[in-house]
Design a protein around this ligand. Sequence first.
Ligand SMILES: *[C@@H]1O[C@H](CO)[C@@H](O)[C@H](O)[C@H]1NC(C)=O
Ligand SMILES: *[C@@H]1O[C@H](CO)[C@@H](O)[C@H](O)[C@H]1NC(C)=O
Ligand SMILES: *[C@@H]1O[C@H](CO)[C@@H](O)[C@H](O)[C@H]1NC(C)=O
Ligand SMILES: *[C@@H]1O[C@H](CO)[C@@H](O)[C@H](O)[C@H]1NC(C)=O
Ligand SMILES: *[C@@H]1O[C@H](CO)[C@@H](O)[C@H](O)[C@H]1NC(C)=O
Length: 512
Amino acid sequence: MHNLTQLKRHKMRWLAVPLVLAGWYYIWMPLVQMAINIFLSPAIKVGARNQVVDLRWHAPIPTQINSLKSAINGSGTYGFIFDSSGLPDRVPYGTYNWCNMPHVRPTEYPKVNDSYVLTYVEVIHRHHKRTPYAANTFPVESYPWYCDDEALFLYGAPLPTQSANQSANTYWKVFNSPANPLTAKGFQGTCQFPQITRGGLDDSWQHGQDLYQVYHNLLGFLPEKYDPELVSLRVTNNVITSQVASMVISGMFGSQQQNFPLLIQPSSIDSLEPGYSCPAAKASSSAYGPGSKDTGWNAHLEAAAGLYADLDSISGVSPSDEGFHMSLDHYFDNLSARLCHAKPLPCNISNPSRCVTQEMADEVFRLGEYEYSYLYRDAGPRALEYSVAKYGIWIAELAENLWNAIVQARGNGGGMRYRHNVAHDGSISCVLSILQVEEMVWPGMGSEVIFELYKKREGGKYYVRVLWGGQVLRSSNPSLGVLDMVEVEVLLAYFDGLVGHGANKVPGLCKL
Ligand SMILES: *[C@@H]1O[C@H](CO)[C@@H](O)[C@H](O)[C@H]1NC(C)=O
Ligand SMILES: *[C@@H]1O[C@H](CO)[C@@H](O)[C@H](O)[C@H]1NC(C)=O
Ligand SMILES: *[C@@H]1O[C@H](CO)[C@@H](O)[C@H](O)[C@H]1NC(C)=O
Ligand SMILES: *[C@@H]1O[C@H](CO)[C@@H](O)[C@H](O)[C@H]1NC(C)=O
Ligand SMILES: *[C@@H]1O[C@H](CO)[C@@H](O)[C@H](O)[C@H]1NC(C)=O
């Protein structure tokens, strides 16, 4: 009896310790959090959703991609593919392929076990392969480029479309008139520069089909037929994303005569492209990126002087043409677009024996990868600040979608389950920059990032997994780390901490 009482009292005392600690926690923690915010700011911040997360920039891992030495003096393209939508024999799926980047598909999909229930999915990917932009074409091109194997439909129709006055399926057909004495710059032929090519349309269809195979056939998550209550697609104000979306939808739900709305924001405030004005981000990137005096940036341009001299003398691009010389972007797009469509590397018009060699093209590609790593990751905290301002609104929209999906799942379980965004390399680069991907690359055609929200059956907590190129994304930020079943509150606190709830920090960050 005596012993038992003693034991009980002993137990009570031990119970009191956590109670006191808990009391201390509730009284002091808000103050501690405030102190952390004040003294370590912006090192470690307590996000709006009450999670302590690290909001600092963390360097990417050093690889060949962000080594100037290997960009300039290396050889080949690190095993990256630049010349076809398909992969050579024995090259595994998942390998970087500029023309058609890896995405989620059934054969490689890392399936999550039954302890978790998939609750919400948001996909963002770059459009598929296209002709070059007119600005990236050489002054005179030695061969034309035809697009007669496809049509770009453009028409208006009254809603509902079954009404008496129906619309015809009209499309644009480029033609050249003998009575028009002017010649368009760059490629002759029948394409728009840019437009998604026939091959790019087929890649888009396959992309939709692969996503459907995973999220419908394998996981039973997507409905069999398109349902506007569950699935929505979004595009940017650049028409090439709509060209991709129409093929993606058909690859997912079939091409039966049906109307599919594509969500789009007004171009001046479009967060997906992004199209909103952000003077501070612009000023910041012109202080360390193309056109800047930043020594980190200019080191590679100086080291590439020999390559530039060769390319200029073959292409006829003037060495004083700023567009071609402030970054490798134009030559990269110019050369890769040809190779992706099985067209030869260009030769000098007046001396056809002087051609861009594969070695020159490879160096352009290595330098392009180097530039993206520098601009979005290696340039330091300013690279993160740039992306946060430039892309913060889309990130806040994503956070809101994840949060709403949880609220809905806790309620009646209805609502949107799948959102799909077709965007650009600039969009994907900012997403990767904000997630602080360990190894940054230039996001090629079709590059995909997927956010999957899961509910754990036991306990009912929510977790996020982020897939990049079909596999789990690894972040250099220790709060995110391997983005495989990270508590949703951590990711949301990270997003809120950077961009603010409802992106309320973005107008200030942009100095709007
Ligand atoms: C490339 O190699 C040359 C010759 O060895 C050397 O002078 C140059 O510094 C190297 N460039 C870089 C960026 O490492
Ligand atoms: C399910 O996956 C999680 C996360 O990978 C793991 O921790 C857990 O042990 C797995 N459970 C089962 C039943 O395999
Ligand atoms: C490459 O650049 C040259 C020079 O401006 C241009 O004539 C050509 O059309 C471009 N080609 C591509 C594929 O961008
Ligand atoms: C079709 O267009 C005609 C001419 O404007 C109009 O009078 C008619 O009401 C339209 N029909 C329908 C069903 O909207
Ligand atoms: C061809 O090469 C010559 C000699 O380098 C150069 O002057 C010229 O601009 C090039 N022309 C074109 C159209 O590519």
